[in-house]
Ligand binder design. Sequence first.
Ligand SMILES: Cc1ncc(COP(=O)(O)O)c(C=O)c1O
Length: 413
Amino acid sequence: MTSCTTVRPEGPEEAYAFAAPFRAPQGSPIRELFKYVGRPGMISFAGGYPSKDLFDREGLARALDAAYRSDPIACLQYGDTAGSPLLRRSLARLMAAREVNCSADDIVVTTGSQQGFDLLLRTLIAPGDTALIEEPAYPAAIQALRLAGANIVTVRTDGDGIDVDALAAQLDAWPQACRPKLLYTVPTFANPTGATLPRARREALVRLATQHRIVLIEDDPYGELRFAGTPVPPILALADACPGGRDWVVYFGSLSKIVAPGLRIGWAIAPAPIARRMIVAKQTSDLCTSPLSQETARHYLDSASLESHLRSIVGAYRSRCEAMLKALTHFAPNEVICSAPQGGMFVWARLTGGRDAADVLKRAIERNVMFVPGHAFYVREADASSLRLSFAAPNEAEAFEGARRLASALSQT
Ligand SMILES: Cc1ncc(COP(=O)(O)O)c(C=O)c1O
């Protein structure tokens, strides 16, 4: 009889021989905070979650019911990897309202836009390839680039998003042999800064991407959440005016922030050679996005419920943002300097007096209030005084009380 004793010379971690990016993986710093969110009485300025009070529960229940009744087999069966043709048609109409000229065939439905980014990285990034990213940046984009093994190079931003002059100089000085493959940005109501890139900078970005043959990724989950200022068209819409520009822009949209993240419906609009490869990558990822979810989303979009829902959430986010900023000015006028976003879900802030936001967070959690310290949004060197405050979840009364608790934490740090 042969013995089948497995020899494991080292501890189990080493014995699994994990692939390089997973040997010592860093989890999402924001998701780590979520253990505190459910604590009784906690007021959270931390997550980028839509408000639970503002979901269109009735409208979505009707859409789910209509989807199942009208075509149960379409809901229950596997679907096309690129997405349901009918949902893609509805999304093309949604994009037309955003001034983007595209057809249903140009759209790939993804399981959240996060999957779209992951699929794109699989098609473009081999370990060691250079990827540019605005900084501060959306942490899950940084995390995805790290797991893809990218050489991550940051691009400077100011209160209006990417500093395109600095980027142009950075690219002009770049060695030809190893040009960056992509540039990731959230140009409208950015996560975390809330900043919106002005039109002229968007046009300049397209020109730079086209000239240097860099895939420009426009991640746009927040664009419809405008409550002040003048709308700016998506970069993708402006790319048509730059010869060859459309060949270098990939757009990600999402229903997560404007309808519900539980649907997990996102979409990508990419140049055909990229889209084709993303679909092949998706075949090995999830075969298709949940058909039940896609059908529900389609019925919701086609029922015109989105327009009135958007009016209601945008109004609520406006007054929640105003309430939070007013309360912070009242309770901590000299301790916190805040941005004033024109939409989205986030205020970007800096603490004065050399305070470290991570230290303040410890005191804040003791007082049942939370935010995300800035280090989560930096690739290497963080600005320790920075923090992100989301105004989406707490209502006006909670925003007031949360600011009072935050001021108390600040006074002890
Ligand atoms: C900038 C940005 N992109 C993408 C996502 C993820 O969106 P989805 O739920 O569509 O995957 C988020 C979620 O917080 C986000 O802030």
